[in-house]
Design a protein around this ligand. Structure first.
Ligand code: 5GP
Length: 204
């Protein structure tokens, strides 16, 4: 998605070789027309699927997930992140670990919002190690609902989340894939492969 790539290059900040900050358009200040374009793109990628609900995690997944839900005309549910809980009767709970923040939290969704006849699309802002998406998929399974697929705005393809989700049999659609954040530069996966090909061709 060219528009998103340009935004990442112009406004993304490489915090380390592992973490990209996108608080200028996605995680803090939000660009509504970009979010709308992202929503439309997810709708087009999952156009063959029946989807009755969109599921994400608070707070940074909400903007792209809401626009996807709006274009699909279905409800958005965002899982809440809470510290360990005691009362659990009316909620689905899954503990997830965030490598980025180095904390574990309980993802919770009220049982009344996901039922066995739902086909749910997961949307999240980033895919790193896959913990968040696997946690949401687990909640969908607890509800006996079906997972229609997983839409990711920015996949860091050098971390193992994409592989874990595909190994679990899930369909994953990432709008941009980052191959590396080395040397404080964002390198997209397709450009990285192209450059490797050129390097190889010029070296033989
Ligand atoms: P995962 O669960 O796949 O390891 O990580 C995904 C979650 O961690 C996302 O929901 C996102 O909020 C956060 N995250 C992971 N990597 C990054 C990153 O490079 N930048 C930002 N801003 N958030 C990230």
């Amino acid at each position: 998605m060219q528009l998103l790539k340009e935004k990442v290059l112009e406004e993304g900040i490489v915090l380390s070789e592992q973490v990209l900050k996108v608080d200028a358009f996605l995680n803090h200040q939000v660009d509504p027309s970009l979010m709308s374009a992202i929503g439309k793109e997810f709708v087009s990628r999952f156009s063959g699927e029946t989807i009755t609900k969109v599921l994400t995690i608070e707070s940074s997944g909400i903007a792209p997930a809401l626009m996807t839900a709006a274009h699909l005309n279905v409800p958005l549910i965002y899982a809440r992140k809470q510290k360990s809980l005691t009362l659990k009767e009316d909620i689905y709970v899954k503990k997830v670990y965030s490598f980025t923040k180095q904390v574990a939290s309980d993802l919770t969704v009220a049982k009344k919002f996901i039922t066995p006849d739902d086909r749910v699309l997961i949307i999240d802002d980033f895919l790193a190690h896959g913990e968040a998406a696997l946690g949401l998929a687990h909640i969908i399974r607890q509800a006996d609902a079906e997972l229609a697929g997983i839409g990711i705005v920015i996949e860091k393809a050098f971390q193992n989340g994409g592989k874990r989700l595909k190994d679990a049999g899930f369909r994953v659609e990432s709008l941009v894939r980052i191959a590396s954040l080395e040397n404080q530069r964002v390198q997209f996966a397709e450009d990285y492969i192209e450059r490797e090909k050129i390097n190889y061709a010029t070296s033989v």
